[in-house]
Design a protein around this ligand. Sequence first.
Ligand SMILES: Cc1cc2nc3c(=O)[nH]c(=O)nc-3n(C[C@H](O)[C@H](O)[C@H](O)COP(=O)(O)O)c2cc1C
Length: 307
Amino acid sequence: MQILLAPMEGIIDAPMRQLLTALGGYDACVTEFLRLSDGELPARTYHKHFPELARGSRTASGTPVILQLLGSDPELLAVSAIRAVELGAARIDLNFGCPSRFVNRKAGGAALLKEPQLMAQIVSTVREALPKEIPVSAKMRLGYDSPDNAVDIALAGAAFITVHARTRADGYRAPAHWEWLRPINDALKIPVIANGDINSVDDWRRCQETSGCRHAMLGRGALMQPDLALQLRAWHEGREIAAMQWPEIRHLLPRLLEHYAPNTRGLSARIKQWLGILRLRHTGADAAFSQIRSMRDMNSVLATLVG
Ligand SMILES: Cc1cc2nc3c(=O)[nH]c(=O)nc-3n(C[C@H](O)[C@H](O)[C@H](O)COP(=O)(O)O)c2cc1C
């Protein structure tokens, strides 16, 4: 079983990847998407977006990091993937799932689900441009005529496919349609990673039964319950571990800040953003959120959190 940490633009950035993978349980994580729309990007943009490049494409705790690219021009994506590999990227993922209006106006992300030939062309062009040992994967939503899109991508040479079990029209609303993953998983020989609403061990048990998928990618669940990957891994090995509770989780918030460069702007907004997700699960986080929501000063926020 492989457990991946999902890419989440503006939330699961390099510091959050570092914090969560250090807790354990993950086989790999994926960067936020790097958009390629107006030509090639300078090396500094790759390093800023993907600072783990300087550490052999791994987080500080040694978890491999996969660079995610988003765009609709196969040649530009291929040239950019080559550049990323020259800079040290060891794995490339292609985003066919982003529902954002802005992204889709530029014909990337989920808009491509309507153009299966172009998606397959992107995968094969990037695949052929890179050395064989660099895996190329794809992340998509449920398509308009699944499982055909996924089959085309697999034939184009993807090493594995992550499927977010929602259509573009579903946005991020629950429930995810795990049952629609089954025909995709049945049709493909490459691994299919299930994604969407896997927020607990019981969710994963049901997702696995419903979809037939053996691998999981965790998004908001990983933020709500930071030890979720460890719990899934333990369950998979027939063990059970006590879930991390709020008194322990609250100490992770100041630890996240240690991973940002000094003077990074917007850190209290980052903490509030994470608390906004944690409060969906932990009443203690809900109370802390109410206390700090109007605070501007980072020291007051920290003093309140660590008590
Ligand atoms: C705020 C936000 C940002 C996201 N950014 C990305 C992204 O950069 N690349 C990507 O492939 N998916 C992105 N996603 C989708 C997630 O990776 C994941 O597929 C989705 O949240 C469903 O999984 P979950 O129900 O476990 O959260 C994003 C989702 C959210 C909510």
